[in-house]
Each structure stands twice: as C-alpha cells, then as structure tokens.
Design a protein. Structure first.
Length: 218
C-alpha cells in the first residue's frame, strides 16, 4: 500500500485515488498549443505509479519523449461531495510537491486518435511525491514559487498564483463530479517550462516554504 507522510508527525496516510488537473496555467496551455477550457480538465493516475523523493524514474521502452510536469499536490483529509467553498478549504489536509511524468509522444498519438491519456500518464514510476506539510502548520497564500531543476538548470519557475483555478475551486469542482475521500491526492496542474528528460538526468522540484523532492531518471 502506498502512503504519504506528514512533516512533523509520525502519521502515514494511505493514498486513495489520484485526481489530476490539466491545463491550469495559461502559459503552459500556450506552450503545448492546447485550448483553454471554462472548467478544469480532469484525469486520473494510478497509485501503482507512485514513487518518492530519492527514488528513480524508469524511462519506459515505448517512449522517446518523457517530460517533467511539476505540480502542487493537495492531500484530502475529509470526505466531501458537492462541497461548498468553506467545506472544500477545510478538506485540504496538506500540501506537497509532485512530478507528473508524461510520455509526450505517446500522449500526442492518443490525442490524435481521441483516446484517453492513460498510457502516457500511468506507467510505473510516473508519479513522484514529496512529503507533505499540514495545512494547520502552513497557510498557503499562492505567492509561493514552484520550481523544477534538471541537472541544476531551472526549467520551471512560476508563482502558484498563476493557476487558473485555485486549490479551493479545484476541490469544489472535483467534489461536484465524484466524492473525495481521506487520502485522495489532487495534482493541481503544471506551469510553463515542461521539457524532455533523458536517462541520467537529476531532477529537483520545490515549492517555496513547503517541501521539495529529488529523483533521477534511469
């Protein structure tokens, strides 16, 4: 069973479902030539794809174009369905940083055929997680900077305030479609600067004041 850890605590929380928001930063939408939607674009990832800071990302043999996508990740701490703004905010138990590794060549082929993105998003080791900080210990204000370095070079660097839909709005919306439960994780989208990684690359993702992770592509 995959779990997440809360800082300053011995608590380990079993991971439920992993819900992801796509196209939540305008500049990222533009860099991939995608269309901006009125509502969040939602897809799921598998818990079997989860690894942690310090682990290795395995480059799949069926892709030649794996990209990093660095994201603020929300940990849900209460069951919510059709949540109000207040309920949505209270349901967020913690914050972490994550990597949604994406096989861009595979994804583009699937999109052309009108197929789901599952193969491009759910391969083993495609979901990298940090530890989490409790929302009681840290009050998110969205002025925090999210960054990703590859071999020490900054590739992604933006403020969380650039999100089209903020964390509370995301929880509200997802809970209107499906019940969110304790242990569920929500990836909130990636800013501009996504790019290809290669075997041997060392990745370091960080959200200012919250947490960071490091991993290597194998």
């Amino acid at each position: 069973m995959k779990t997440v850890k809360l800082k300053n605590s011995n608590k380990e929380i079993p991971i439920g479902k992993i819900v992801c928001v796509g196209r939540n930063y305008v500049e990222h939408i533009k860099e991939l030539g995608n269309e901006q939607h009125e509502k969040p674009v939602i897809f799921l990832k598998t818990t079997s794809s989860v690894i942690y800071s310090g682990d290795k990302i395995i480059y799949p043999s069926f892709s030649n174009d794996m990209h990093h996508e660095t994201e603020l990740v929300l940990l849900i701490g209460a069951a919510v369905n059709k949540a109000t703004e207040t309920e949505a905010q209270k349901a967020i138990e913690g914050y972490g940083v994550g990597l949604d590794m994406t096989l861009r060549d595979v994804q583009n082929e699937l999109k052309k055929k009108g197929h789901p993105w599952t193969i491009a998003k759910c391969f083993d080791t495609s979901t990298v997680l940090s530890d989490f900080i409790s929302s009681e210990d840290y009050k998110l204000n969205l002025t925090e900077t999210i960054t990703l370095k590859v071999n020490g070079e900054i590739r992604q660097n933006d403020q969380l305030s650039k999100m089209i839909f903020n964390p509370t709005q995301i929880v509200e919306y997802i809970s209107s479609l499906m019940t969110l439960e304790p242990g569920d994780l929500i990836f909130t989208g990636t800013p501009k600067g996504v790019s290809k990684v290669n075997r041997g690359d060392k990745l370091e993702a960080e959200i200012e004041g919250i947490t960071k992770l490091t991993c290597e592509v194998k």
